[in-house]
Design a protein around this ligand. Structure first.
Ligand code: PPS
Length: 403
């Protein structure tokens, strides 16, 4: 049985000509998520998830992070090294310390809210499908922009009919289950939908993940989790887009986001934030691990690596490359339609028109520019940041634009 479920009538969006458009998503109720994620179906985690010690939390508070009281970190120093699949196209050439080329090496060290430790298995074992499209980014790197583009490329017909549908639930942000965990008594449309589908369902096992699991597809999912924390079959299964942004502008954008974030508020000054960012202490840190993991895989046929700065410089050129990767054909006019639909101004204005939406974050679309670091940082801070970038660039040929 397939249920056609309207996501939420409050999310119905008005088209440019005023007609109401209901975004419909099809779900296939099947076994419950807890059933599907029984230990028997699980690959063991090749990393441990440990609490960040109180001493480090105090340091975070002294910098001005006032939100997260319990953070966990994936720990690369205590990894098991499970064998990679014989036919994996991603990992077979990697060697473990013993020189065994059938083994993955996990380098990840990621700081996330405590709730992740309960769900790490579910994320690592989340099964992707052939027709999925997965967007992976470090936060504030152009996630929302790119997800709008991916959605537009797959739904061009709606755009050409003049619809103005907001981002909302068109792509699934799977991290929500640990960023803002739901409770069964939440007044949240997602929780209500979930409990309608699974009256016996366990909200604490992750509403978004379970709904995604039951989504008929094709799905577009986005995450800030590093690639190593996702199912090792990801790239052997479906197409994945990674977007990177230069660390200076990511740092500035994250800082401003901290000023408006309910989930991870930051009340301090920019130099302290930048120090925490360079010390890999902000949520989803460390930045370089994240980017380098994807960069190593950039030549994989199922990974498309993009830079925010290139999108800013030549959006049509980047859309052309992205369309080729997705094996989609667009005319020049269609590419222009997609680029206009996902322009900063249009996205910001649609976001502002939906101020009553529970996901609305005023100020989310801030400047949308390259090079804002120069407006935020002193010469001394820039020198420290440049040293940090130089240190971390020694073992990679990744090169960012900063202007
Ligand atoms: S988040 O919170 O991690 O999902 O943020 P993310 O979407 O990755 O990044 C937010 C920054 O991207 C800018 N943005 C855009 N830039 C150009 N064009 C478009 N369409 C666009 N949409 C969002 C947004 O303004 C944030 O950057 P800053 O520098 O803070 O303005």
């Amino acid at each position: 049985m397939t249920i056609d479920l309207a996501l939420s009538s409050s999310r119905s969006q008005r088209s440019a000509v005023g007609a109401s458009v209901l975004v419909r998503v099809s779900f296939k109720p099947s076994r419950s998520f807890s059933e599907m994620s029984s230990p028997g179906n699980h690959q063991p985690l090749p990393f441990s998830v440990d609490r960040v010690p109180d001493k480090e939390l105090s340091r975070l508070r002294s910098w001005g992070f006032s939100g997260q009281t319990e953070i966990v970190r994936t720990n690369p120093s205590r990894v098991n090294l499970p064998p990679a699949k014989e036919n994996s196209s991603v990992y077979p050439r990697e060697l473990n310390r013993r020189g065994n080329d059938k083994t993955r090496i996990i380098t990840t060290s990621l700081s996330v809210p405590l709730r992740y430790s309960h769900l790490a298995h579910a994320y690592y074992n989340f099964e992707f499908r052939k027709d999925d499209l997965v967007l992976v980014t470090y936060p504030r790197s152009g996630t929302t922009w790119t997800s709008e583009i991916l959605w537009a490329m797959r739904n061009l017909r709606l755009l050409e009919q003049g619809e103005e549908i907001t981002s909302g639930d068109r792509t699934t942000f799977i991290d929500m289950d640990f960023l803002m965990p739901s409770r069964a008594d939440d007044d949240n449309p997602k929780v209500k939908e979930f409990l309608t589908l699974f009256p016996e369902g366990r909200v604490e096992d992750g509403v978004v993940l379970q709904m995604a699991k039951c989504h008929k597809g094709p799905r577009i999912m986005k995450t800030h989790l590093q690639i190593d924390l996702l199912n090792p079959d990801l790239l052997d299964t479906c197409k994945t887009v990674y977007v990177a942004r230069n660390p200076k502008d990511v740092c500035v954008s994250l800082f401003h986001h901290g000023k408006i974030s309910k989930m991870d508020p930051f009340e301090g000054e920019f130099p302290d934030f930048a120090e925490a960012f360079m010390a890999d202490q902000v949520l989803y840190g460390p930045y370089w691990d994240h980017v380098k993991q994807a960069w190593k895989l950039k030549d994989h046929a199922n990974l498309h690596f993009m830079f925010y700065e290139d999108m800013k410089r030549d959006i049509i050129g980047e859309l052309t490359k992205l369309a080729r990767f997705l094996q989609l054909d667009f005319t020049d006019e269609q590419l222009k339609t997609i680029s206009d639909h996902a322009s900063f101004g249009r996205m910001k204005s649609r976001h502002e028109q939906n101020a009553s939406d529970r996901n609305h974050t005023p100020g989310f679309f801030r400047k949308g520019q390259t090079g804002d670091w120069d407006n935020a940082a002193s010469g001394e801070l820039t020198a420290a940041m440049d040293r940090w970038i130089a240190d971390h660039s020694q073992d990679t040929d990744i090169v960012f634009r900063y202007k």
